[in-house]
Write a protein that binds this ligand. Structure first.
Ligand code: PLP
Length: 822
């Protein structure tokens, strides 16, 4: 056991917080850390110098939090996630430290603009979408509600690709967020671990067998080295650590190879190791199906577990107390291999017997399921798994035997049930099912909205739920109100503080005090003025980036999220076409001016998603340039959706499009961001929309379409899209216009197959929901025209969505799953 940390050895030096002193600190950092003279410093130099000063202020708090957790012996939470969609950190950090005004003033005195500096920070996109953004919101909330926590992931050199438009098509460019260094992180050379792949396994126990102690001799080894980023909670109550791993080759091998004259071989090894942390898989809802992906998953799980066990042993001397002091949350199945790795470490390295190790593992782990889409349930071919991870393969078989025996003997499971819960998929190619492994190895399995949790119990995990009825529970997702209200909508925050005081900033639930102002016409006018300013800001962005002029008094109707058929951007654009046609044939009517905004990336291999982007852009070109439309409808596909773009678009929305096929969106978090910022939702009864409706009230949301049960019923009893299309004139005409090339005269057949898919199978029930959606849009128009009806509704959205704060979600995880925090 090592010595406890010497608290009196730490500098008690007080920090200065006046703008003058902060200004001097920034100049000092610019001079001595960046090596630039203030007179010749570039904006990027100021950005870094500012980040360093903010970081200095975080560090004292960071050390204090670490020390306090150590001394109190509190349980630590480890959040394992292959994705963290962080975005920029400067505004977050400085605002949570309570230094926003001071830093702004400090820069002012030097003649530097804070907003300009903040906008130079690269947007860290180490994730694809909702799952990765949830991990980032959770990190901030864990620090806020004072849960001692570490996030563990991979420090990808290239995050999610940068999206560019070329003639309306998505083009993927490499993203290089680290190109100019990353001022927030600290490399921890001392925290590095070996991670092995391949090789052989030798039994060490007297009678051999896979449940006995074994020795794994990997064929390849790489080194994982930690990079730490501090995560500051609201009012800097606590600072936690996001620890991201990078991969390097093992030096001795390289040296040997170099010394033996095998320079190319040495280079190859080095490339192979570094490839592990090179790219984030741009796949959302589709398995990458590639060896590298499995290697990444094992690499970061194995490094994280070694780090966790090392920290525990250092503090407590042995591992018996591990389940009392450690909770590990698996964000989806990407880190599910950690279950087998924990078993290996406990049995092979620390000499626990199998049953004891299994007991501990289940107490430590919990798992969050994020999707029911069958194509997104991870599994790996047995031969690949066995080749890369031979010892883990043995343990998977041993765990499987134990559970299946229990199901068969104690619960009389029949062959079908046994087949459905097995860790090995036996029909067709044999594969290891990671969802079942995560389920077996966890004491808690949670869904991310009430509906999704209910569907989990009834569908994919039905037989597992019957076997372990107390494991599945719900934790409806949330968003951090710091980033998604306070930082992205400062004018609204000023208005709210003036109206209901500051209480909502500590407790988003207090936003409900706003309800009594919903019918106050003076407040409505001020709320409307803030919305208008936010719309002007978005209009300016669209004008600057795309050369498109939009009118801020038009309704801003926004759908931003990954492009996916189940999210139904196609439904939105087809309805826009039908609406366009109505505007042309009925110029006499009072149409409500609308701008339809879209943004989102398509996975590079997802053909239909990319085609939908092209369709949106083709339709936009025709509608935006048709004089007969008289500006009553405009379409804008804003390129390169990321967190920073969302921070501008969300506060500018009048209408939030949440129109997935019911039963397919596990929760959604975009829906929460919009409602919190005072947009009305048009949506299906899917994911968290159901709970948003319960909180804001039926009158303050526009719901349409099939329910999840009705979708399932149609799937089972046959869905006849052709008949539906033929009975809906507007839909038939819109589809006919697309497939006949009205929007693609340069290539009339471009969208033929896309439309044919709707006639043939329509997997996502677009046709079934079309008329209801179009009718709902016209209801929205009527409401928008009547300001006295509209504003009370949007105000009540802000007032009643405080519950969707990720602070609430994290408190539920902490008390019900982790048994951690205060
Ligand atoms: C919130 C967010 C998401 C998730 O949006 P959904 O509408 O829930 O799919 C994805 N990407 C970014 C950048 C986000 O900020």
């Amino acid at each position: 056991m090592t010595k406890p940390i010497q608290t009196d050895a730490l500098p008690p030096e007080p920090r200065n917080f006046t703008p003058e002193d902060l200004g001097a600190e920034i100049v000092r950092r610019l001079t001595y850390s960046i090596g630039k003279d203030p007179s010749s410093a570039k904006p990027n130099d100021w950005m870094k110098a500012t980040a360093y000063v903010i970081r200095d202020h975080i560090i004292d708090k960071w050390m204090e939090s670490t020390r306090q957790t150590y001394e109190s012996g509190e349980k630590r939470v480890y959040y394992l996630s292959l994705e963290f969609l962080i975005g920029r950190l400067m505004r977050d950090a400085v605002s949570n430290l309570g230094l926003l005004d001071e830093i702004r003033e400090a820069l002012d005195t030097i003649g530097v603009d804070f907003d300009a500096v903040a906008s130079l920070e690269p947007d860290a996109a180490l994730g694809n979408g909702g799952l990765g953004r949830l991990a980032a919101c959770f990190m901030e909330s864990m620090a806020t509600v004072d849960v001692p926590a570490y996030g563990y992931g991979i420090r990808y050199v290239h995050g999610l690709f940068r999206q560019q438009m070329s003639d309306g098509w998505q083009v993927e460019l490499p993203e290089t967020w680290l190109a100019h260094g990353n001022p927030w992180e600290f490399e921890r050379q001392e925290s590095s671990y070996e991670v092995g792949f391949g090789g052989t396994v030798e039994a060490l126990g007297e009678n051999g067998g896979e449940t006995q102690r074994c020795s794994w001799k990997p064929q390849e080894r790489v080194i994982a080295t930690a990079f730490d980023t501090p995560v500051v909670g609201w009012k800097a109550k606590r600072v936690n650590t996001l620890r991201l791993w990078t991969a390097e080759p093992i030096d001795p091998i390289l040296l040997d190879a170099f010394n033996a004259g095998d320079h190319m071989g040495a280079l190859r090894e080095s490339n192979k190791a570094e490839t592990l942390a090179r790219v984030l898989y741009p796949a959302d809802g589709t398995p990458a199906g590639q060896e590298l992906r499995l290697r990444q998953e094992y690499f970061f799980s194995a490094a994280s577990l070694q780090d966790i066990l090392r920290r525990h042993i250092q503090q407590y001397g042995d591992l018996r107390s591990l389940p009392d002091k450690v909770a590990i949350q698996l964000n989806d199945t990407h880190p599910a291999i950690a279950v087998a790795e924990m078993m290996r470490l406990l049995i092979d390295i620390h000499a626990f017997d199998f049953d004891e190790a299994w007991e501990m593992t289940q107490q430590i782990f919990s798992y969050t399921n994020h999707t029911l889409l069958p194509e997104a349930l991870e599994s790996w071919p047995v031969p690949l798994f066995e080749r890369l991870l031979p010892r883990h393969m043995q343990l998977v078989y041993a765990i499987n035997a134990k559970i299946l025996r229990y199901a068969w003997k104690e619960k009389s499971y029949n062959d079908d049930q046994i087949r459905s819960i097995s860790l090995i998929q036996e029909d067709g190619e044999r594969r290891v099912r990671m969802g079942n492994l995560a389920f077996f190895g966890s004491h808690s399995i949670n869904g991310v909205s009430a509906l999704h949790t209910d569907l989990m119990k009834r569908t994919v995990f039905h037989d597992l739920h019957t076997l372990f009825p107390d494991r599945i529970n719900n934790k409806t997702n949330g968003i951090t109100p710091r980033r998604w209200l306070m930082q992205c909508n400062p004018d609204l925050v000023s208005l709210l503080r003036e109206t209901i005081g500051d209480g909502f900033m500590d407790d988003a639930g207090k936003l409900s005090e706003l309800d009594k102002y919903a019918d106050d016409s003076e407040f409505q006018a001020r709320f409307a003025a803030v919305k208008r300013e936010n719309k002007v800001r978005l209009a300016n962005l669209v004008s600057r980036r795309m050369g498109l002029r939009v009118d801020p008094s038009a309704m801003f109707d926004i759908q931003i999220k990954r492009i996916h058929e189940y999210k139904r951007q196609l439904l939105n654009i087809v309805e826009a076409i039908a609406h366009y046609s109505q505007i042309r044939t009925h110029p006499e009517r009072d149409w409500v001016p609308r701008v339809k905004f879209f943004a989102g990336k398509a996975a590079p291999s997802y053909h239909n998603a990319k085609l939908i982007i092209k369709l949106i852009n083709d339709v936009a070109r025709v509608i935006n340039n048709d004089p007969a439309v008289r500006g009553l409808l405009k379409i804008a596909f804003v390129p390169n959706y990321n967190v920073s773009l969302a921070e501008v678009m969300v506060p500018a929305a009048d209408l939030s499009e949440q129109i997935s096929t019911a039963g397919m969106e596990a929760s959604g978090t975009g829906n929460m961001k919009f409602a919190l910022n005072g947009a009305l939702t048009i949506g299906t009864l899917d994911g968290a929309n159901v709970e948003i409706k319960e909180h804001v009230g039926d009158d303050n949301i526009v719901i349409f379409g099939l329910t999840a049960d009705e979708v399932a019923e149609r799937r089972a009893n046959g869905h006849d899209p052709r008949a539906i299309i033929e009975s809906s004139r507007d839909l038939a005409q819109a589809l006919e216009a697309i497939s006949s090339g009205v929007f693609s005269q340069d290539d009339p057949d471009r969208f033929k197959d896309l439309v044919q898919g709707l006639y043939d199978h329509d997997w996502f029930m677009l046709t079934a929901d079309f008329d209801a959606y179009a009718a709902a849009q016209r209801r929205v128009d009527e409401l928008y025209m009547d300001e006295a009806a509209w504003y009370p509704k949007t105000i009540r959205n802000t007032a009643h969505t405080g519950w969707f704060s990720s602070d609430r979600t994290i408190r539920q995880y902490a008390s019900e799953i982790w048994k951690a925090g205060s």
